[in-house]
Design a protein around this ligand. Sequence first.
Ligand SMILES: O=C(CO)[C@@H](O)[C@H](O)[C@H](O)[C@H](O)COP(=O)(O)O
Ligand SMILES: [Zn+2]
Length: 200
Amino acid sequence: MNRDSKDLIGAHLSQSLAALERATQDAALLAAARKTAEIIIAALRAGNKLLIIGNGGSAADAQHIAAEIVGRYKQDRPAYAAIALTTDTSALTSIANDYGFEQMFARQVDGLGQRGDVLLALSTSGRSPNILAALRVARERGLITVGFTGTKGKTLGALCDHLLVAPSDDTPVIQQIHLAVAHGICDEIEQTLMRGAAKK
Ligand SMILES: O=C(CO)[C@@H](O)[C@H](O)[C@H](O)[C@H](O)COP(=O)(O)O
Ligand SMILES: [Zn+2]
């Protein structure tokens, strides 16, 4: 194996580990994660839905998280409403082609979002114009807005009811923290909703 590539991989693993370690000690991040779980649980219980958006790797994370909720995370239980707005290539291409790339999520939020739904926006930079446009429309339509970003993306907070900041400024590392936190949130959602269902 090429020695440089081994070093790069090892360095990436060390950097990821250090960032995840920092995340476990980050009281603001843990509070934001718990709040996010609470908000999503309340919305799903009320019959509302979770919409999720992101670009690139975060687009993949958006559909990954939606699948955990509409399918299952670990346990058999009722399905809940979660949709990644990153997967419908006809909607994405027609909106981008006819209205501009910036509108690709905003237009879907406008069409699908209802008061009380939650929009989860994943943006490592916190500055992607298509994410900002969607958050603006979500607010106009009475959705609850949650942003996941990194240390350089704090301005995203201006458009979010709740903001989770991963303690890194490196896009792939931020994404890894987002996904690890999202798995924890899915676990919390699943276990809480199952406890609620058992009481019925
Ligand atoms: O997955 C990666 C890098 O790990 C890339 O595809 C990355 O997601 C893209 O550059 C995105 O366009 C970044 O967008 P954002 O997170 O700044 O909103
Ligand atoms: Zn990536």
